[in-house]
Design a protein around this ligand. Structure first.
Ligand SMILES: Nc1nc2c(ncn2[C@@H]2O[C@H](COP(=O)(O)OP(=O)(O)OP(=O)(O)O)[C@@H](O)[C@H]2O)c(=O)[nH]1
Ligand SMILES: [Mg+2]
Length: 386
């Protein structure tokens, strides 16, 4: 491993560039050992960071929830600690050769390490508390469950822009990496009346340092629980296939293959950036594919209605059309049905209302349990919703 990771010539020319431009920071797209980082900083007289440090900086700046910040700090400390250990073993080896054991350097590192360990232990405790609270919140949601659709994809693919378009909620969409760190969830009503929870997630990148993968798993928990996975791709990029590959690899760790196959819709975004011929090629590719694919522009709204219909169709498989008679005194059930299902038809008479409604199996059970109302015809005989 070279003392400064890059060759002498490259180091010199970058040094000239730093001098000429007055750059204060150089970011190396690699992993630097603490020694290499120090050597480069001495040579170039400016701060030098590597890929992991940059990602940590971005995560740190974007963390919005308590859990997000805790996770970033934990990842940061774990990373710092590994670097301490590494430089220490290195020192130890050197000293060992000369017969020195101990010394001020070693005890200083030991002390630093203990401080870091204490802080890590406290952070882990705090994270546990925050997670428990989150699980409780999720439990509360499960009692009143809407299907969840999670937007996933490479960073900058347009997830937050699409989230905004679908929710009109005004979540920060910016032309910068990792504009979203913590999952954001909103209730959305789709055109045919289906209500879902839409979840915006942190952007994926390739070769995410392992320390970070572990630390950020929790922010992707929503994906594992999702009923629909919307894989948003920037289809106008020449490396869109490689990006999709990285995303699929990470998804495979989070979600079973069966679920991925049955619940994923690929959203090929930014079609407004394609010229006529390219759009035609992309369309052909989508038509030939076996995957569920929707071409959209989150920016102009083109194709978004089709995407909504596709989500409703995917979820509709679990729905049945039912007739429910609701007497006047059970008005609460009426309101509940309007909220949970898609009411197709309603007839009112002196006894109450007769609803034709598309609802899920689990909701039918709730209707029976909570309101003592039965649905007809028999669920097994009922035709599927269109
Ligand atoms: N031309 C065009 N630009 C788009 C489209 N969708 C998103 N963008 C732009 O792409 C950039 C990134 O969009 P975001 O929505 O922040 O991307 P993201 O996937 O949420 O990114 P991260 O949160 O960083 O993972 C922004 O500048 C958007 O305006 C689109 O359909 N067409
Ligand atoms: Mg985003």
């Amino acid at each position: 491993m070279p003392a400064s990771w890059i060759g002498k010539g490259a180091a010199e020319s970058i040094g000239c560039e730093v001098g000429a431009t007055g750059a204060e920071l150089v970011v190396m797209d690699c992993t630097l050992s603490p020694g290499q980082q120090r050597n480069l900083e001495r040579r170039w007289h400016c701060k030098v960071i590597d890929r992991t440090a940059l990602i940590l900086e971005i995560f740190g700046a974007r963390a919005r929830t308590r859990e997000g910040s805790l996770q970033v700090e934990l990842a940061h400390l774990t990373w710092q600690r590994s670097r301490l250990v590494r430089s220490w073993t290195h020192l130890e080896r050197q000293r060992g050769g000369f017969g020195f054991v101990g010394g001020p350097g070693e005890s200083q590192i030991e002390l630093d390490r203990r401080l870091i360990d204490d802080r890590i232990a406290r952070l882990k405790q705090e994270l546990e508390t925050v997670r428990k609270r989150r699980t409780l919140q999720r439990k509360a949601r499960e009692k009143y469950p809407f299907p969840v659709a999670a937007l996933v994809g490479y960073t900058n693919a347009g997830k937050s822009t699409l989230f905004n378009r679908l929710t009109a909620a005004g979540v920060a969409a910016e032309d910068m990496l990792f504009a979203t760190l913590d999952p954001t969830m909103r209730k959305v009503e789709l055109p045919r009346g289906r209500k879902i929870i839409l979840s915006d997630t942190v952007g994926f990148i390739s070769d995410l340092p392992t320390e970070l993968v572990a630390a950020f798993r929790a922010t992707l928990e929503e994906v594992a629980l999702a009923d629909v996975i919307l894989h948003v791709r920037d289809i106008a990029r020449p490396d869109t296939a490689a990006q999709a590959g990285s995303v699929r690899r990470i998804l495979r760790d989070l979600v079973s293959a069966d679920k991925l196959a049955s619940a994923t819709i690929e959203v090929w975004n930014k079609i407004d950036c394609l010229d006529g011929a390219s759009l035609e090629r992309v369309r052909n590719r989508a038509d030939r594919s076996n995957e569920r694919i929707q071409l959209v522009s989150a920016l102009t709204g083109d194709g978004v209605a089709g995407l909504c219909a596709e989500v409703e169709a995917l979820l509709g498989v679990a729905r049945r059309r039912m007739a429910v008679r609701i007497p006047h005194e059970k008005g609460a059930a009426l309101a509940w049905l309007y909220d949970r299902g898609a009411v197709v038809e309603r007839t009112d008479d002196e006894d109450g209302s007769l609803l034709i409604v598309d609802i899920e199996r689990s909701d039918r059970r709730t209707l029976d349990r909570r309101y003592g109302l039965c649905t007809a015809p028999d669920p097994q005989d009922a035709p599927d919703c269109p």
